[in-house]
Design a protein around this ligand. Structure first.
Ligand code: HEC
Length: 103
């Protein structure tokens, strides 16, 4: 019986891993990758450059999660980012966490 419960828990944790949101797929489905690439400059800065710029900024995750939804400019050049209202605050956090972790 104990063994059965253990394997049930194991299967549950495995399936959660499989179905957890993959940030890159999320970025793709939210259209972020139309303007951003990991390491080539498109309309917006590369995700590598963003991660490098904020690597010592503990407040960046919070600030950037809001900026992704509201849009804004003036940091990387003259071109502003339009608002991304299709993104929820939770999704924005996932995306920004992922971007900031890129090396
Ligand atoms: C229409 C093009 C476009 C789309 C779509 C877009 N971005 Fe941007 N993004 C930009 C531009 C341009 C900038 C530079 C803004 C600036 O200079 O402040 C930028 C900046 C950023 C920054 C850095 C902001 C800062 O203040 O340093 C992050 C993080 C970011 N984008 C994430 C995202 C995410 C996540 C998505 C998808 C939900 C997304 N972007 C969709 C064009 C876009």
């Amino acid at each position: 019986m104990k063994k059965l419960i253990t394997s049930a828990i194991l299967i549950m944790s495995l399936t959660t891993t499989v179905y957890a949101v993959d940030p890159k797929t999320l970025a793709q489905s939210k259209n972020c990758l139309a303007c951003h690439a990991i390491d080539s400059k498109l309309v917006g800065p590369t995700y590598k450059d963003i991660a490098a710029k904020y690597k010592n900024d503990p407040l960046a995750e919070d600030r950037l999660s809001k900026k992704v939804i509201l849009g804004g400019g003036g940091v990387w050049g003259t071109m502003p980012m339009p608002p991304n209202t299709q993104v929820t605050p939770a999704e924005s956090k996932i995306l920004v966490k992922w971007i900031l972790s890129i090396k």
